[in-house]
Design a protein around this ligand. Structure first.
Ligand code: FPP
Length: 239
């Protein structure tokens, strides 16, 4: 913690939480136990991110591709999300955390959508950390949805051809209003982006760690930020 420069904290940290299954396998437990333990990591990371005054943490919890997993695993992940929101919402609210989501929620059962809406409504007035959860999220799907709305608005003549700019496209994405991620972390040793925030990570620093997500803790987040602070970001210019 001493090594961290509090004046140079990334505004937005995005995390691909990977390795739950391998953690479970290592402990001779079912995959569900890995996801359950992954919630402990989320709890600790959110607490640390709030302390560090990070503005946004985006967590890739369920991708558009995760529907391909066995039905039992998909429904366990849904159950875990609802339990998490029910159990943790008071504590998150006390921590001044605002819940947001990215992804197409219309694919989820209504009961789950209601629980997500409740958590968002309760925390809508908070101005601390934004906990942004990727749910049925895929960057290509997000871009397609944005383009369809842009085309519709063009047809209705609420936007003109010359309005089309990078900022305008950004405002149609699910992350509208949020700063782009400064740092993208992927756990478990895999070095892939897996359809996560493809537009928004154009200039993000990438950090890969071998730590499996269920074992990731606040101190690992600090380690990633210390590494980020050693990088020279040039955004295509010269240093
Ligand atoms: C990737 O590990 C993890 C997921 C697909 C799910 C992440 C979900 C959680 C941590 C918990 C639920 C979320 C919330 C917000 C309460 P993997 O299963 O692909 O691991 P493996 O590659 O080792 O098999």
């Amino acid at each position: 913690m001493n090594e961290i420069n509090m004046k140079h904290i990334p505004r937005h940290v995005a995390i691909i939480m990977d390795g739950n299954g391998r953690w479970a396998q290592k402990h001779k437990l079912p995959r569900s136990a890995g996801h359950q333990q992954g919630v402990e990591a989320i709890r600790d990371v959110i607490k640390k991110a709030s302390q560090l005054k990070i503005q946004v943490i985006t967590l890739y919890a369920f991708s558009t591709e995760n529907w391909k997993r066995p039905e039992e695993e998909v429904s366990f992940l849904m159950k875990l999300l609802v339990e998490y929101l029910k159990k943790e919402i008071e504590e998150l609210h006390k921590q001044n955390v605002m819940i947001r989501t990215i992804g197409d929620l219309s694919a989820f059962p209504e009961r789950i959508q209601r629980e997500i809406d409740k958590a968002k409504e309760k925390t809508a007035g908070n101005n601390g950390l934004i906990m942004n959860i990727g749910l049925n999220y895929g960057a290509r799907n997000e871009i397609v949805r944005a383009l369809k709305r842009i085309a519709e608005n063009y047809k209705e003549q609420t936007i003109a051809f010359d309005d089309l700019t990078e900022e305008m496209i950004g405002s149609y994405l699910d992350t509208s209003g949020l700063p782009d991620p400064d740092l993208l972390i992927r756990t478990s040793g895999e070095k892939r982006i897996s359809n996560f925030l493809l537009w928004q990570i154009a200039y993000a620093e990438l950090y890969f760690t071998d730590v499996l997500w269920p074992e990731f803790r606040g101190e690992d987040l600090v380690e990633a930020i210390v590494d980020y602070q050693l990088r020279q970001r040039r955004f295509g210019g010269l240093s």
